[in-house]
Design a protein around this ligand. Sequence first.
Ligand SMILES: [Zn+2]
Length: 99
Amino acid sequence: MPLFTYRCDACGATFEALVRSGKAEPAACQVCQAASIKRQLSTFAMTHTDLDSLRSLDPMYKRMVEDQMARTPEAEPMRHLNKLTPFSAAQDPGPPIDF
Ligand SMILES: [Zn+2]
């Protein structure tokens, strides 16, 4: 959720507002309620991406995550086969369907 800085043309006040993606930006000055506000350029730029965060992770952390993921029920490769009904316990489906 980006934080934008706005400047009011009427009173010169600057204020910040959190703007959710898809939501409307503030329409009026928070100080004098004038509608002539302009979004200012961000005073800093985010150059750190999620990929940078991943690269900076300790390899030990990656191993810890993989160890934990391997212990979840979803990691069991036979989990779907184990839910199947064996032939010996299956109900008789009846006569074959004649098309
Ligand atoms: Zn204002």
